[in-house]
Design a protein around this ligand. Structure first.
Ligand code: VGL
Ligand code: ZN
Length: 211
């Protein structure tokens, strides 16, 4: 089995709340778990991100009287889509999906911990004010190339992939190993097109698994 040296697999937000019975369900979100498990043996370095919000997080509609999920507000100077309460620190919804093989995960980076700002990317908050440490950590490991997969294609996967490019990583999106929210119809297709246009290589898991 060929292993991808100088490469890391980034598992984005494979958490209960993004699966069909969760608080912010992504259609077929659970279907990417077996693909993640099948991909892990091909990588020496596997990083998982975990959406990890305090209960008073500003992205929760419930924390803004009269607001509903899906509405957009100004949150301390940034446009913010409001979400249902999800991935609250230490809750079941924030846990990784049980079927995910966690034994091969080298390192976990949490994000979205500051109640005043959201963090879709696994690298930076949405204002690019603070880093999670994932970029520096990957560079310390000698990683040059990242393979991004997970939930949700049109939010955390997209912003993680675009920040990876910005940090100088060769960046792949494993499309069939990702699923999106599609708040508006077509959002996932648009996100994939935007990633491709900006320099992300869009591939399918079979291209890795056959190697
Ligand atoms: C996500 C919305 C809010 C994601 C996280 O993981 O894509 N989306 N928080
Ligand atoms: Zn979130």
């Amino acid at each position: 089995m060929e292993s991808f040296s100088n490469s890391a697999l980034l598992l984005i937000d494979l958490q209960n709340d993004f699966c069909p019975l969760g608080a912010l369900p992504v259609d077929e979100g659970d279907q990417v778990i077996p693909i993640a498990n099948a991909l892990m043996p091909y990588f020496d370095i596997i990083v998982a991100t975990q959406d990890w919000h305090p209960a008073n997080h500003g992205s929760f509609a419930a924390n803004h009287p009269w607001r509903k999920p899906g509405q957009v507000i100004d949150l301390h100077g940034l446009p913010q889509v409001l979400w249902p309460i999800h991935c609250v620190q230490h809750s079941f919804g924030a846990e990784f999906v049980q079927e995910l093989d966690q034994t091969k995960i080298s390192k976990i980076f949490t994000k979205g911990t500051d109640p005043t700002i959201d963090s879709y990317s696994g690298f930076f908050d949405n204002g690019h004010r603070k880093a999670t440490g994932m970029g520096d950590w990957l560079k310390e490991q000698g990683v040059k190339t990242v393979y991004v997969m997970g939930l949700a294609t049109d939010y955390c996967v997209k912003f993680t992939a675009l920040d990876a490019l910005g940090l100088g990583f060769r960046t792949y999106l494993i499309e069939d190993a990702s699923r999106g929210v599609n708040l508006s119809p077509g959002d996932v297709d648009k996100a994939v097109a935007e990633m491709a246009e900006k320099g992300v290589s869009v591939i399918h898991s079979a291209e890795i698994i056959k190697a």
